[in-house]
Design a protein around this ligand. Sequence first.
Ligand code: NAD
Length: 267
Amino acid sequence: MTIGKLEGRIALVTGGLRGIGLASARRLIADGAAVVISDLDDSAAAAPILAELGPAASYVRADVSAEADWQTAHAHVNERHGRLHILVNNAGTDLTGAVESLAMADWRRIMAVNVDGVFLGTRTFTPLLAASGAEVAGGASIINVSSIMGLVGMSEVSAYNASKGAVRMFTKGIAMEFAAKRMPIRANSLHPGFVETPLLHAGFERWAASGAAGSVEDLIDGMNAATPIGRLAQPDEIAGPVAFLAGPDSSYMTGAELVIDGGWTAQ
Ligand code: NAD
């Protein structure tokens, strides 16, 4: 582990109480950053995780799809740190089902969380990232968590595919904008494959319950077999690439797609 590369930097990780977001927060702290986590839980529910993460972490309750909540998050970051160098737009949700069965409200919900959330986070923090990015090697970094489902299609995953494809292209757009204006902010998208998190398990449980597949164990076995590397990813294996994109080692990367999928999309 590279300790210290993010010393003195401030990060915000959305959806940071579980899964990839929590693993990323842990890793950024281990590398020297102070991390603000945002998520949907109230502060009391978040307290045990905050206690585990220690004094470098703080928490603000903010729904990424709610415009007003971003002002709350901004006020928290500004009051506590006055700077922001790393924004990990990680919070996300899923939606599966045959396209003809998808409800409009569910479509709007996944777009609100996965796409509006990334837009609102970027819009809210661009001025602070630009001011703070000038202080650090490699500049400020926005890391937008897309998915391999933003690169390739999958049956009955069309809404999630659409949302993650939007994250991929939004990231390229802002990367070009910051570069053209010589703003010290890089923006890259991250494309994990199948990662063992509460989101993945909940999805497998719904899939198994629908009767369309076997048990959750069968689904995991099938996913392991379909992945060239032969297994699902652990959240820590995504957190390392997050830390890389956050810091000076990725100083020449912007508008890029970092794929971490055990070979899934190489097939
Ligand atoms: P998770 O459900 O385990 O954790 C996501 C966290 O985001 C939760 O703590 C949840 O409360 C929070 N969250 C959800 N909606 C929110 C909202 N509106 N506002 C604020 N917080 C919200 O999920 P995960 O698997 O860790 O996924 C994290 C990101 O990685 C998501 O964007 C997901 O689409 C993406 N991803 C996951 C996988 C995978 O296989 N698990 C693969 C590729 C991409």
